[in-house]
Design a protein around this ligand. Structure first.
Ligand code: GLU
Length: 402
């Protein structure tokens, strides 16, 4: 026990643990204890990391790449990241404009630490990924939540956004395809946001983690294509976690203006020093080796997404926007709020997720964690068998609510 007078830092008392990781841990613990839990919580591809990538990680250890690397990551990997964005988007960056970090999540953390002063506001469209607001708070900034409408397919509405802009607005977070909605922002919306960002000098933080996992034939719009002038004030966040099924290797990166990347390197040099060396060599193999893996993931996800969306839309009272990317469905269950079963009242997404876990043994993440209480998030990065079984159980559990 800590001494009675000892108090933890105010900053840690402001934030809760990541709900995606918390639900995943709970589902795994229940499963380990013998419960037949179907886990739709955490966003993690269900395929193993490609063999050649694992081999490269092992080889790196055998070759002695077990020591510190440069703070920003090995130059070969940073050069490969530059080559990738050049090939994919025709964007020209130098390795000095790249920071490799311990997953995209860590990169975002470093960005906020590097740019925010107390009171600085960051525009965050909601539904948002769970960690953006706490990360902004941990850096002393103020998250400003901008609602997106389900009726507008969760696209950004520049007029709504304008209502949340103040003299303190410093940055905006864009995540397209989005976790949790799978929405892709339209070219029109991005062009309008680009104009606002350019005029007001905001930093644009573009979280592109799901850009390889889209279900449209055309390339999805990006703010830097909408207005290339923004390159000087945009930081792109990405990584290999989702596209190469490398969540546990913890390799992500940020690309952007040299001054911001240098500031982030200062933070990284005083915190993690560098991401794990063998993981960096594995990520290098992912970027330089065969590139068909993200396509294989996409192919596997297409039928699951179709089944999930159809099944959800066929439940009375449930609406579900078809995701254009990522691997989540985000149905609206609010028609069931206020109902109850055996005295258990469904007050909102948290109690519905609890009910689904206890009654149907289905683990999900409540929409409240994403700033949208009407919804529940399901990851479809799990087998079709689990999805079919899960939907059966959910239908029965919902039908029992009166
Ligand atoms: N980003 C994934 C998710 O939303 C992984 C867990 C996390 O870091 O939030 O489930």
């Amino acid at each position: 026990m800590l001494p009675e007078k000892f108090v933890l830092a105010d900053r840690v008392l402001q934030v809760a643990p990541s709900p995606t990781l918390a639900v995943n841990a709970k589902a795994k613990a229940l499963k380990a204890a013998g419960a037949d839990v179907l886990n739709f919580s955490v966003g993690e591809p269900d395929m193993p990391t490609p063999v050649h990538v694992c081999e490269a990680g092992k080889r790196a250890i055998d070759q002695g790449h077990t020591r510190y690397t440069p703070v920003a990551g090995i130059v070969e990997l940073r050069a490969a990241i530059c080559a990738k964005v050049k090939a994919d988007h025709d964007w020209a960056y130098e390795p000095d404009q790249v920071q490799v970090c311990c997953g995209g999540k860590h990169g975002l953390y470093n960005i906020f630490q590097a740019i925010l002063n107390p009171g600085d506001e960051v525009l965050i469209p909601a539904p948002y990924w769970v960690s953006y607001p706490p990360m902004v708070q941990l850096a002393g900034g103020t998250p400003v939540i901008v609602p997106l409408a389900e009726a507008n397919n969760f696209d950004l509405d520049p007029e709504v956004l304008a209502g949340y802009v103040t003299a303190k607005t410093k940055a905006i977070v864009l995540n397209s395809p989005s976790n949790p909605t799978g929405a892709v922002f339209s070219q029109k919306a991005l062009a309008a946001v680009a104009q606002m960002a350019y005029k007001n000098g905001w930093l644009v933080i573009s979280d592109d983690m799901y850009e390889e996992l889209t279900y449209t034939d055309v390339r999805i719009p990006h703010i830097l294509h909408a207005d290339p002038r923004l390159k000087e004030q945009t930081v792109i966040s990405n990584g290999v976690s989702k596209s190469f099924a490398m969540t546990g290797w913890r390799i992500g990166w940020s690309i952007g203006p040299m001054e911001v990347i240098r500031a982030m390197n200062r933070i990284q040099s005083q915190s993690t020093s560098n991401p794990a060396a063998p993981s960096q060599y594995a990520a290098l193999a992912a970027l330089q080796g065969p590139q068909e893996f993200p396509g294989r993931l996409r192919e596997a996800f297409i039928p699951r997404r179709a089944f999930f969306v159809d099944a959800l839309q066929s439940i009375p009272g449930v609406t579900c926007v078809t995701p254009k990317g990522a691997f989540y469905v985000f149905p609206n269950f609010s028609a069931y709020y206020g109902k109850s079963c055996n005295g258990q009242v469904i007050e909102g997404s948290v109690s519905l997720a609890d009910y689904l876990l206890s009654e149907a043994k289905v683990a999900t993440v409540p929409g409240a964690a994403f700033g949208a209480d009407a919804f529940i998030r399901f990851s479809f990065a799990t087998s079709m068998e689990v999805i079919v079984k899960g939907m059966e159980r959910i239908k029965i559990a919902l039908a029992a609510l009166q």
